[in-house]
Ligand binder design. Structure first.
Ligand SMILES: Cc1cc2nc3c(=O)[nH]c(=O)nc-3n(C[C@H](O)[C@H](O)[C@H](O)COP(=O)(O)OP(=O)(O)OC[C@H]3O[C@@H](n4cnc5c(N)ncnc54)[C@H](O)[C@@H]3O)c2cc1C
Length: 289
């Protein structure tokens, strides 16, 4: 099917882009990689009056370390993350996520910020970024504001973003010197969305777990942190018992459903196993530093 007719704009600045979004009063959409928006328009799931293409705006493709944390600009593609040395080591939960997103064609164009703005509960970046700890930087008519990712993601395909606002950047906090993580995703075949997936991040403090981030994909209405598991691990020694208990708590916090990818019970068990496995991998990698 062809999309419904729409106007197309390719502004050269963020200010101009925001003005265009205001002019269409909620009826225009930002176009980044187009890997979710264009298929939705072709299926007529969405029919915006206008597209505001941000690809010609300079300075939005920054992927850089700053003050120990990371800046991921609105035009940073999945591909750039897949190839970046920055996302190994302390940010390995992100480095492990990138190559598991769809196929090379989608990864060449799709963006991290676009995924977060799209807020698909099956999307992979939301969980990985929740686990490492991230904020969303937003530009709108009133200027810039920053929202914690956990508050930004409100539900399936729903965020705290106003229709006149643009995500300009994601900022990841400094995880400290002894940190690592991973992203474990079960998919029916290469390129599929997750049956279930778990992002794990650990920062060690004198050998104990200082901060643990655990977040889930595809087992609830949004990417969500397994907060009880995170809390149980904070300050704990990384023993087999603590890891098993975290796996149990993460599985308990999942809200899966039966579908063509598997039963709710099966997905909950995947969450338990992946949480335990991910924690062991992350702790070993953080120790090796
Ligand atoms: C075949 C296929 C398989 C896929 N498999 C996976 C997968 O396994 N895992 C996964 O996580 N994803 C998957 N995706 C989705 C893919 O990762 C998309 O790239 C991503 O969801 C959206 O990023 P985008 O840059 O393409 O955004 P777009 O498609 O351009 O936009 C998506 C939505 O976000 C809004 N938006 C985009 N950028 C901004 C911004 N900076 N500010 C405000 N709003 C913005 C748009 O207005 C639109 O509503 C798949 C897509 C396809 C086509």
């Amino acid at each position: 099917m062809y999309p419904a007719a729409f106007e197309y704009f390719a502004p050269a600045s963020l200010e101009e882009a925001v003005e265009l979004l205001e002019r269409f009063d909620g009826e225009a959409k930002v176009l980044a990689g187009g890997q979710s928006l264009i298929p939705a328009m072709k299926l007529r799931v969405t029919a915006p009056q206008a597209l505001v293409d941000i690809n010609r705006i300079g300075g939005l493709d920054t992927l850089a370390e700053e003050s120990g944390g990371l800046r991921i600009g609105a035009l940073v593609r999945h591909k750039a993350c897949e190839r970046s040395e920055l996302l190994q080591g302390r940010f390995k939960a992100l480095g492990d996520t990138a190559p598991q997103i769809s196929d090379p064609i989608v990864r060449n164009l799709g963006t991290v910020c676009g995924s977060v703005a799209h807020a698909d509960p099956q999307g992979d970046w939301g969980a990985a970024l929740l686990a490492v700890g991230a904020d969303v930087v937003i530009q709108g008519p009133g200027g810039e504001r920053t929202v914690a990712l956990d508050d930004f993601l409100e539900g399936p395909f729903a965020t705290a973003l106003e229709p006149t606002e643009i995500v300009t950047e994601i900022r990841v906090s400094d995880p400290g010197p002894r940190a690592s993580g991973t992203y474990l995703k079960l998919e029916r075949k290469i390129g599929d969305f997750a049956t279930a997936a778990v992002a794990v991040h650990v920062s060690l403090d004198n050998g104990a777990i200082g901060r643990a981030g655990i977040a889930l994909t595809g087992v609830g209405p949004r990417n969500a942190r397994a907060k009880a598991a995170e809390q149980a691990l904070a300050g704990a020694e990384p023993t087999d018992e603590a890891i098993a208990e975290a796996g149990r708590l993460a599985a308990e916090s999942a809200e899966p459903w039966d579908d063509h990818r598997g039963t709710a019970e099966y997905k909950r068990n995947v969450v338990r196993v992946f949480t335990e496995r991910g924690l062991r991998t992350a702790i070993d990698a953080a120790r090796a530093g």
